[in-house]
Design a protein around this ligand. Structure first.
Ligand code: SAM
Length: 482
């Protein structure tokens, strides 16, 4: 019988079903325990230090108690603290990215995904390098600097060499003032050797959604194909880290299993990475199951409403304060608006989830992976963020300056964010405004940049940032960073 051990490299020991069941029972027993809930909330609150803020985070048990709690005032307090944490470590910046679908060939049988092998009416498509180039130009023309590449799992059609070729092509395209400066990768679990190749190709974060931590459901939801192997999938992040990738992104596909179970598993996974590798996940994504070709989300029993979704987001923020949180265009403008305040630090914008979608004039649906709820253009998303007090950031400086893994986390804790990330956000926003924005967005943006520059504490840093922004406006000099 496996026993719970966060330091173990065996899936059944670090995502331990017995421990999750006990956690859920403990959370249920304490969901009305006001004194304990207050104590947990106090623990989660950011503490001011001489140089910045620190946060203790929460264990999976503590965070699960908060998630189970249904007392309105306590939930309100969770939201307040989530916002405090967000502001302490991420400020009002929101990083922008877009997904790029390379291929929808897939040999897996995932029952919730339209790319599953048995779906015979979806056209199968794989971008050639010329097509990758064309998609990247279209993305650069929108103003994107950061991509997440996506592909189905198919060793024949999408071998690692194909993914590596695509990454090379993406980094090689420099159209007008554009370039893609960070490529994150969302491909199926693979070998240490392949992760090493991805690292060498200069990827940012390796993202892999667990889909569900519940092993029995996982096996049913992934009945065929290599993804059926729960242990291999669950242990992927350890192999990625062994291969040298120190920024990894976790996620659960909410709607497949009971959310409280998934939440406990997700936080345990983060604890495991911290215990074994000394650094937690760089990001956590919170996708919800969506309608797609051959997929009806109503056929899955565990859909969650918007309020529960908000609570999950806030509880993740409290539990893992230094981890970035990503929300995609699976969610509507309204939902995204709410979640941005509760701790989300990255959003996608102007996304198309079909293979080759960016070069089409009209949004194509035939190869789409899921329905996109937020269908606004990137310019509209950028303008909307600013009108709501968020700074859209196209910054990619950390990973290009080697600030990955625990080095990124120490920057987060050092209080130097206002002297580093903040000016970087403003400089990359200015690039966007100068090269791609509509007149309205440009006006809103420069007004915001002017105000936000005043918040940079160090005179020297502020002066350099101001000069760089003048250079961006008056020349083709780009890519300034601290
Ligand atoms: N094929 C890779 C894998 O197996 O991990 C990853 C790429 S897949 C294109 C990206 C993610 O989309 C999946 O991990 C899954 O969570 C999500 N996804 C699949 N079907 C979905 C649906 N109907 N609605 C929302 N998200 C979905």
């Amino acid at each position: 019988m496996a026993k719970y051990d966060p330091k173990s490299l065996r899936a059944e020991e670090f995502i331990h079903d017995g421990e999750i069941q006990e956690t859920l029972a403990y959370a249920e027993a304490n969901k009305d325990n006001g004194a304990l809930i207050d104590q947990i909330l106090e623990k989660a609150r950011p503490q001011k230090t001489e140089t910045g803020y620190v946060c203790a985070g929460l264990s999976h048990r503590e965070a699960s108690v908060l998630l189970a709690c249904e007392i309105p005032e306590k939930i309100e307090k969770m939201y307040q603290i989530a916002e405090e944490i967000k502001l302490a470590f991420y400020g009002n910046r929101i990083v922008i990215f877009a997904p790029l679908y390379l291929s929808n060939y897939c040999v897996n049988g995932c029952v919730y995904c339209p790319y599953h092998l048995k779906n015979k009416h979806i056209p199968r498509k794989k971008l050639t390098q010329e097509e990758v180039k064309a998609e990247v130009i279209a993305l650069q023309d929108m103003g994107h600097k950061r991509l997440a590449i996506e592909a189905g799992e198919d060793p024949k059609n999408n071998p690692i060499e194909y993914i590596l070729d695509c990454i090379k092509t993406i980094y090689s395209v420099h159209h007008k003032n554009g370039d893609i400066r960070r490529v994150n990768v969302n491909i199926a679990a693979t070998t240490v050797e392949n992760y090493r190749k991805l690292k060498e190709a200069g990827i940012g974060t390796y993202i892999l959604f667990q889909e569900t931590y519940h092993k029995k459901s996982y096996l049913e939801l992934h009945p065929t194909g290599p993804k059926h192997d729960y242990d291999y999938h669950t242990e992927a992040m350890d192999r990625a880290m062994e291969g040298g990738i120190d920024d990894v992104g976790l996620g659960v596909l909410f709607g497949l299993e009971l959310y409280k179970y998934e939440f406990a598993g997700l936080i345990m996974h983060a604890e495991h990475l911290e215990a074994v590798h000394g650094v937690g996940p760089h990001t956590i994504s919170v996708p919800r199951l969506k309608r797609a070709d051959d997929i009806d989300p109503d056929e899955f029993d565990n859909g969650i409403d918007d309020d529960t979704f908000a609570k999950i987001t806030a509880c993740i923020r409290l539990a893992v304060p230094y981890t970035g949180m990503i929300i995609s265009t699976r969610e509507s403008e309204d939902v995204r608006s709410k979640l941005l305040r509760l701790g989300v630090s990255q959003v996608s914008g102007g996304s198309r989830t079909s293979v080759g979608g960016y070069t089409e004039k009209e949004r194509p649906h035939d190869t789409e992976q899921f329905d996109v709820s937020d269908q606004r253009t990137l310019d509209e998303v950028v303008c909307w963020l600013m009108e709501n007090g968020h700074i859209p950031s196209f910054c990619t400086a950390c990973y290009r300056e080697g600030r990955t893994g625990d080095r990124f986390m120490s920057l987060c804790k050092s209080g130097q964010i206002l002297n580093c990330c903040h000016p970087n956000a403003l400089m990359t926003l200015s690039e966007y405004l100068e090269d791609y924005a509509s007149d309205k967005t440009k006006e809103v943006g420069y007004k915001m940049a002017e105000e936000e520059l005043k918040r940079i504490p160090k005179d020297k840093v502020r002066q350099i940032a101001e000069q760089n922004i003048r250079d961006i406006k008056n020349s083709n000099r780009r890519d300034f960073r601290f």
